[in-house]
Ligand binder design. Structure first.
Ligand code: GAR
Length: 188
């Protein structure tokens, strides 16, 4: 059984989509959903799927081994960032394979401050004709690790940032669980 942990800061629709996808899997289990926000909606979604949750604050995340030790104790094989907005500290990067989903075609529209709706606003503002998703390995910098997978969608001149967000979310829901499955379960 492969074990994953999901990190999310907000709504967690991707986390729930991954939970739904793997809920009856005999090969992959979501051990825990971690959040830096005690009131994040993702924690309610986790409860719905009976997935344990852990919440940590900034000091615990950056200045202690609490999160690393917790992941080690659970024997986590892969850490999945799904709408997690804090930079990952070296202790975590050095101990685990971590992947992230970003709602744009990196290297465009990445880096500090580029997350969620801000990305889609910038894409519309710049009159891009396409956007999409990037799933990539996580290193010590924002949105900088090797790219694993990208998928594109068209952006029309009439699209609002919300329209782009909807198209991008649809791509995320379609591809993120499959990429996780491929990374962990292929060639077993
Ligand atoms: C997702 O679109 C994800 O790609 C993005 O946050 C959203 C979270 O939505 N992540 C980033 O912007 C990371 N830089 P969700 O909470 O509904 O899954």
């Amino acid at each position: 059984m492969k074990k994953i942990a999901i990190f999310a800061s907000g709504s967690g629709s991707n986390a729930e989509n991954i939970a739904r996808y793997f809920q009856h899997s005999e090969n992959l289990n979501i051990e825990c959903i971690y959040s830096n926000k005690p009131d994040a909606f993702v924690l309610q979604r986790a409860n719905k799927y009976h997935i344990p949750t852990e919440v940590f604050n900034r000091d615990e995340f950056y200045n202690t081994n609490i999160v690393v030790d917790s992941l080690k104790a659970k024997g986590v094989d892969l850490v999945v960032l799904a709408g997690f907005l804090w930079l990952v500290p070296p202790a975590l990067v050095n101990n685990f394979t971590i992947i992230n989903i970003h709602p744009a075609l990196l290297p465009k529209y990445g880096g500090k401050g580029m997350y969620g709706s801000k990305v889609h606003e910038a894409v519309v503002e710049n009159k891009e004709s396409e956007s999409g998703i990037t799933i990539h390995y996580v290193n010590e910098m924002y949105d900088d690790g090797d790219i694993i997978f990208q998928a594109k969608c068209e952006v029309f001149p009439s699209d609002s940032p919300d329209d782009v967000a909807q198209k991008v979310h649809a791509l995320e829901y379609e591809h993120f669980p499959r990429v996780i499955e491929k990374l962990l379960l292929d060639n077993q």
